[in-house]
Structure formats: C-alpha cells, structure tokens
Design a binder for this molecule. Structure first.
Ligand SMILES: [Zn+2]
Length: 173
C-alpha cells in the first residue's frame, strides 16, 4: 500500500510497546511531514543510546561505561543491596533520596507463563554478589504484582539458603 521505505518505518514503529498499527502510521506520517533535522535528531538519539549505553557489569543498571554512576560512587553503602526489576525502578527509588546503598537490577520478574525463568534474570548474579561477601542487607523492591511477589519470595529463599546471616527486607512500593 505504501512505498517500501514508508512501510518499513511503520513496521518498525509498530514493534514499540503500546504502539498499534494505526499509531505507527500516524507517527510515520508525522515524521514524514516534519523537518529533516527533527527526523535525523531522533534517528541519531536512537543510534547513540544503543552504541553508548550498556549494562553495568556489577549491578546491571544502565551504564555509559563498564559500571553505572551508582556503583562508581564511593559514598554509596556497598553492604546494602536493593533488588529491583528494571532500570526505571532505580530512577524511582533514587527520586526519593532515601536509599544510600547499591542496586541489583534483575531485568524483569519471574513469570513461567511468559517463559521468564530464573536463568532469564540476573538472579544467579545476585547470589554470586552476595556470596562474594561484604553484604549486610538485601532489600527486595520488586513490584507489588503477582510476578514481582513470586520473584521476591524466590530471591529471599535463595539468599537465606546461601547466606543465613544476611538480613532480608521487603520494600513496599
Ligand atoms: Zn551498577
């Protein structure tokens, strides 16, 4: 129906969460009507974020180097680890200015129905971090959803089994 480049743009846009076919079409035509400059700025921003941003090798938060800014910050308490599902959860907690420890980003929550098993998340990496020593408390701040609660239970049991001395708390959102 459309010229192949237009169809390609619509197809790519429709892969974004919450964007259906009709919205993808609307966005594509918005971009076509707009200036070359705006379209290029959007394309460059997408390219740059994919080239420069990766996952922190310690906590799996977003990072523009080997480690994220929080792991690189010596003032943050390394004995206190807050476990969250996504990098966006780190931002939410940071906004409260109440947590002074470090994070561990799982990359989602356990959901067998959706095929998300422990191996798909950074759970083994969390256990390894705790077992490496120097951790006093694990604060579990997964979402208050069915999958988030199931993940919290599994992690609490897993940490307790490996290191009974580490305190485990559940942070209510
Ligand atoms: Zn980090």
């Amino acid at each position: 129906m459309y010229a192949p480049p237009v169809q390609r743009l619509i197809t790519e846009l429709s892969k974004l969460p919450g964007v259906g076919g009709r919205t993808a079409q609307r966005l594509a035509f918005h971009l076509l009507r707009g200036s070359d400059e705006d379209a290029r700025a959007l394309a460059d921003a997408i390219r740059e974020v994919k080239e420069r941003i990766g996952l922190c090798e310690v906590c799996y938060n977003l990072a523009d180097g080997p480690t994220c800014r929080i792991c690189a910050d010596e003032r943050r308490d390394p004995e206190l680890i807050c476990v969250v599902e996504e990098p966006s959860d780190v931002i939410s907690i940071e906004r409260t200015h109440e947590f002074r420890g470090r994070y561990h980003v799982l990359g989602g929550a356990l959901s067998p129905i959706d095929g998300i098993d422990p191996e798909d998340l950074k759970i083994a990496e969390l256990y390894a971090r705790v077992q490496a020593g120097g951790v006093r408390e694990v604060v579990i701040a997964t979402n208050p959803t069915t999958t988030g609660e199931a993940t919290a239970l599994q992690i609490a049991a897993g940490v307790r089994e490996r290191l009974p001395g580490v305190a485990i708390t559940r942070l209510a959102s």
